[in-house]
Design a protein around this ligand. Sequence first.
Ligand code: UDP
Length: 239
Amino acid sequence: NKSQSPYGRVLLKLSGEALGGEGGCGIDPDKAAFIAGKVKDVYQLGVQVAVVMGGGNLWRGANGEKMGMDRTTADHIGMLGTVMNGLTLRDALERQDVPARVQTAIQMNQVAEPYIRLRAIRHMEKGRVVIFAGGTGNPFFTTDSAAALRATEIEADIVIKATQVDGVYNADPKKDPTATRYTQLTYKKVLEDRLNVMDMTAFTLCEENDIPILVVNFWQDDDLLRALQGDHSVGTIIT
Ligand code: UDP
């Protein structure tokens, strides 16, 4: 199965919101099916696919803290949320005949495999999508950082930050009609101009390990597929 993409192995970061129903909250099975379809498209390019799921549709540690909770406990709850999302995506993928496994950074052996790097790589080599859940396994981190970390560990060729916007703009396109999209950016330019791509921990990890970041609209037509086939007219690539 020859790859139709310049990328051999990709890591897709999906926010929990993508799975949410009304207002981006909870788990909507129809959204899960849609996301699985998109992941399947990428998979069918012949690319090895790993996915990091966020959990913001269910819980965010920072919100718990604002309500007076201990932050570490609140973050533990958040990480558990990402496991719920990961299981949802695995189920949706399997129902579309895409073999998939969930590996979690927080051990819960009855529910998902523990994160084992070489086993994750083996799964992908065998044509299985690997879903990394549980974030980094540590409080005070984000799933963006988990994406950067796992991408580095599994030697992914690119991190795909799936969003609802078409890429990185020089201003907020929702507020400023003159805002234009960058097709390409350097890590340096992103830092200098304080452009919002990923949180700083995640971004720095990608920069230090020379992992390109592709910001692309996950929802719009076949933007994701085109970007993964090297089409620079969609999304923004940061190198
Ligand atoms: N979280 C954490 N450590 C991690 C990743 C996530 O503690 O390594 C917790 C944190 O509380 C966060 C929540 O899980 O608010 C959900 O993750 P995130 O906000 O990154 O999800 P997303 O915004 O991508 O949906």
